[in-house]
Design a protein around this ligand. Structure first.
Ligand SMILES: NC(=O)c1ccc[n+]([C@@H]2O[C@H](COP(=O)([O-])OP(=O)(O)OC[C@H]3O[C@@H](n4cnc5c(N)ncnc54)[C@H](O)[C@@H]3O)[C@@H](O)[C@H]2O)c1
Length: 382
């Protein structure tokens, strides 16, 4: 049997996400039978020595310091955007105009209007599009979604999520794009976009938010000397109202000492509770009102049984998967139906997430509840 034909990918950005995506394209065909073999043919970045080193390390045969030249290559079918958020919309629009499929890291853009522009561009071009909300592709999170859809908790009444990290607690960390609002580095957009995506996916549209945000370390040293003001939040939290009538809360922080990347998502429905805790990422906790009262409490589900989402692609029961596996699952999902199956979550979902992020920003700045329709205009999908 001959190998499936190669499908050439260009990855823009060689940092943490450039590495994760290159890894994913390489491993995906080992896990699942795909109609094409993805090959990362070129990678781009601004610093020539660094992008050359990354290309060598990731096994990519060519590199460039000009992302436009990557998009211009006729042999590239997929443009995969792994640069800071402030660059996403421009690159996505250029890639769509060149007829490329576009996978864009989260958040889709700097603002809802920019995200809507990127969505319009991919729709106009008729190209496949997706946003890298990779946590949906963890087996336990995918199982949580399946269980909610199958009615395991009944009607969702409460949704709760936290993401605690200590990424910014050291005042000695120098200024980079993560401290720059113009590059989309806010904590609301960085951590919040993942949680808001999961909220919309699990519990439906959000109608309004009441948020607060704070910057604790207000200036950082610049590489060339001097300091620069930090223009992003170190932490934020919000009350959420879902269209269904459910209530929600979200807390995101890059200012929580000795919390590395601790995130949790919990839903409480009319008949049950489901809890995901990233520190135990192969598990869910579940309790149902229908359980025997003598066993009151929550059971631990190991999301590794072959009947669970993604589990059959991976290791024997009990071995678990990790962060990197979510990117491999993402690549396999996107390529499984190539070229005809639509990609998900698409830029439409990315724009909806952005609208909630923008509503949180406006609410925190104006100290009031903000309806998401104030961002999107009335009648936009939620
Ligand atoms: N899905 C996830 O789990 C996850 C995790 C981390 C980051 N991200 C997202 O991925 C994207 C990239 O994040 P990262 O952590 O890989 O970043 P990084 O800083 O590690 O790498 C950034 C890359 O973009 C390039 N770049 C282009 N224009 C730039 C500019 N104006 N400023 C700085 N760098 C520029 C750099 O050369 C570099 O190759 C962001 O949108 C981020 O939110 C997603």
């Amino acid at each position: 049997m001959s190998d499936p034909p190669q499908l050439r990918v260009g990855v823009i950005g060689y940092g943490i996400m450039g590495k994760a995506h290159c890894y994913a394209y390489r491993v995906a065909p080992m896990l699942r039978a795909l109609p094409v073999t993805p090959v990362v043919s070129v990678i781009s970045g601004r610093n020539e020595a660094a992008v050359a080193a990354a290309a060598a390390a990731y096994g990519v045969p060519a590199y460039t310091t000009d992302w436009r030249s990557l998009i211009a290559r006729d042999d590239i079918a997929i443009v995969d955007i792994c640069t800071p958020p402030g660059t996403h919309a421009e690159i996505a629009q250029a890639a769509a105009a060149a007829g490329k499929a576009v996978l864009c890291e989260k958040p889709l853009a700097l603002s809802y209007p920019e995200a809507a522009g990127a969505l319009a561009a991919v729709a106009r071009a008729g190209v496949p599009h997706a946003v890298g909300f990779n946590y949906r592709r963890l087996p336990a999170v995918a199982l949580m979604h399946r269980m909610v859809a199958e009615g395991a908790v009944g009607e969702i009444r409460l949704w709760r999520a936290t993401w605690l990290s200590d990424e910014f607690t050291d005042p000695g960390i120098p200024f980079d794009w993560r401290f720059d609002r113009a590059m989309g580095g806010t904590t609301i957009a960085d951590l919040g976009s993942h949680l808001i995506d999961l909220a919309l996916w699990l519990a439906g549209g959000i109608s309004g938010v009441c948020a607060q945000a704070e910057t604790f370390i207000r200036a950082r040293a610049e590489a060339g000397g001097g300091t620069r003001p930090v223009t992003v939040d170190d932490a934020a939290s919000a009350l959420l109202r879902f269209r269904s009538g459910a209530l929600g809360t979200i807390e995101v922080a890059r200012a929580a000492v000795r919390r590395p990347c601790d995130f949790t998502v919990e839903v409480n429905g009319s008949r049950g509770t489901l809890v995901f805790d990233y520190a135990r990422l192969n598990e869910l906790r579940y309790g149902s009102a229908d359980d025997d009262a003598g066993l009151y409490g929550m059971r631990r589900i190991r999301a590794e049984h072959p009947s669970h989402p993604y589990a059959a692609d991976w290791w024997p029961l009990g071995q678990g998967v990790g962060y990197g596996s979510s990117f491999v699952n993402q690549a396999a999902d996107l390529l499984e139906g190539w070229p005809d199956a639509p990609w998900s979550p698409g830029f439409d979902q990315g724009a909806q997430v952005q609208a909630v992020c923008d509503a949180m920003e406006a609410s925190a700045a104006q100290d009031r509840w903000v309806a998401v329709s104030e961002v999107t205009g009335p009648g936009a999908p939620g």
